[in-house]
Design a protein around this ligand. Structure first.
Ligand code: 4AD
Ligand code: MG
Length: 467
């Protein structure tokens, strides 16, 4: 067996029959009778299994007993055309080696209960299911396509820090990073925690966004993007929030809000098209198993222009809906932040396509957004998607030193940790824009999964940080 090189199952399934092959993988199922056994083998290279046919005259009863769901095998044999339906080729086994047994009485994936809720409790093994194999492959393909998209456009991939002292979004939901002894916290004369004794000599946290450092890159090399983990300690137990998620943040010098919207729309369409072009087997599986509208919905966002509408106009539409009896749970009027029910009404009911909302009240958005002439709105933009709500948040940035400083003062923010950021406006300031795409929100859309915990291998949510 050793002289023969292993071929991945994806490659074997695409081959013409003939010749001796070596496959390795995990048993999905075994069926058959006294004379012959059919083993479905999967190695993760594709959602599809290869069928291994074991003639019982050739194999020892004891060995075949060990071939149970979840066991790992090497199989050498002839690749032949298959008479059974469902596959073009199969392996007529000559030699089978069991690497690792898998006790059917104890294997958690043997259970009848394969609900997504149950699988979350065995997240260390769920990658072995068809569903999570498909999700992990799609997740990878999307990550790869993101780098491809920006590389093709000449953007520079910028690594921004994960440990930081800046609260970019100003929402204050940061995880603190400290090496101080929590049982013996050093205090200063006023009785406050003395962070000068801490590892970095100051108070630090995990980043909620790489944007501010991203702007440093964009105002130097022109166009950058970040792609990394992001941490938010918001206590929201929803199907759309994680405490640790991945975000892609492009930031572009000389882009105004229109350029920004164009890039965002082109970007998500590129990713959806990439999934359709490269992940069809996995998408078909998810479409059939969980969401019959998935593939159609993916196609539906490609052919149309996203609707661009100001926040103010959206409020008018929503207020009219309320007057006509649409039962929203949360109130809506000018000045409120939209809830997911409002976003979904606009996208799914009113416009029937993705929507880009712009020009929000300044009080519900971060300090760095470009201020409009009206004095009460800012040039923010949110991209809203069917079934998800907000998938992208971004803006044109305030490029005027005076206006930026004014806003920082107005909000009572400490300038102490922000002087480095303000320098971008002090020295050669340029109009610039950027946005953040939530990677898992994108994956919710592309996979059709309903819960964000099911599109990341090891979800972190309030009271849950296992593995
Ligand atoms: O709208 P947000 O907060 O924008 C920013 O962080 C900006 N600094 C981005 C920028 O302009 N460079 O977050 C951006 C996106 C959201 O639209 C959403 O898709 C995702 O990040 N997101 C989350 N995804 C999962 N769990 C959470 N708790 C999320 N919070 C935001
Ligand atoms: Mg947002």
């Amino acid at each position: 067996m050793e002289t023969l090189k292993r071929t991945k199952i994806k490659a074997l399934l695409g081959r013409e029959p003939g010749g001796e092959v070596l496959a390795k993988g995990w048993v999905r199922t075994k069926r058959g009778n006294k004379q012959v056994k059919f083993i479905a083998l999967n190695d993760g290279s594709t959602i599809n299994n290869i069928q291994v046919v074991a003639d019982m005259e050739r194999f020892d009863e004891e060995l075949v007993k060990r071939i149970t769901t979840g066991a790992s095998l090497a199989v050498r044999g002839e690749l032949t055309s298959s008479i059974g339906s469902g596959q073009a080729v199969e392996i007529q086994a000559r030699e089978i080696e069991v690497f690792g047994d898998c006790d059917p009485m104890r294997y958690p994936l043997q259970k009848k209960d394969t609900s997504l809720e149950y699988l979350r409790t065995v997240a260390h093994l769920r990658p072995r299911t068809n569903t999570f194999g498909a999700i992990l492959r799609i997740r990878h393909a999307m990550a790869f396509a993101i780098h491809q998209f920006f590389n093709d456009k000449g953007f520079v991939y910028l690594h921004t820090p994960l440990i930081t002292e800046s609260d970019a979004e100003g929402a204050g939901d940061m995880f603190q990073v400290t090496t101080l002894d929590l049982k013996d916290i050093p205090l200063d004369k006023k009785g406050n925690v003395d962070f000068s004794k801490d590892f970095f000599g100051k108070k630090t946290s995990l980043t909620v966004s790489g944007q501010l450092e991203g702007e440093l890159g964009a105002t130097a090399v022109g166009e950058i993007y970040t792609f990394g983990p992001t941490f938010r300690a918001e206590n929201s137990n929803t199907p759309r929030h994680l405490a640790e998620f991945w975000m892609i943040e492009p930031e572009m010098a000389f882009y105004d809000i229109e350029d920004n919207m164009e890039l965002a729309e082109e970007f998500v369409k590129y990713l959806v098209q990439y999934a359709l072009d490269h992940c069809m087997d996995d998408l078909r599986f998810l479409n059939d198993k969980y969401d019959n509208g998935l593939i159609e919905r993916l196609h539906s966002v490609l052919g149309i222009a996203f609707e661009r509408v100001t926040y103010t106009r959206a409020v008018e539409i929503l207020e009219k809906a309320v007057a006509e009896g649409v039962p929203f749970e949360f109130p809506v009027h000018w000045g409120t932040d939209f809830q997911s029910e409002h976003e979904r009404y606009l996208v799914e009911k009113y416009f029937g396509k993705p929507v880009i909302l712009t020009d929000f009240p300044k009080d519900i958005k971060a300090f760095y957004m470009k201020q409009n002439e009206d004095g009460r709105t800012v040039r923010g933009m949110d991209v809203l998607f069917p079934k998800i709500g907000e998938i992208i948040g971004g803006s044109e940035r305030e490029a005027s030193l005076e206006k930026l400083e004014g806003r920082i003062a107005e909000l009572g923010m400490s300038r102490k940790n922000l002087e480095w950021y303000i320098d971008t406006r002090r020295f050669g300031s340029v109009p610039h824009s950027g946005f953040g795409l939530g990677f898992e929100r994108l994956l919710l859309f592309v996979t059709g999964m309903a819960n964000i915990r099911d599109v990341i291998p090891f979800p972190r949510t309030p009271k849950n940080a296992e593995f």
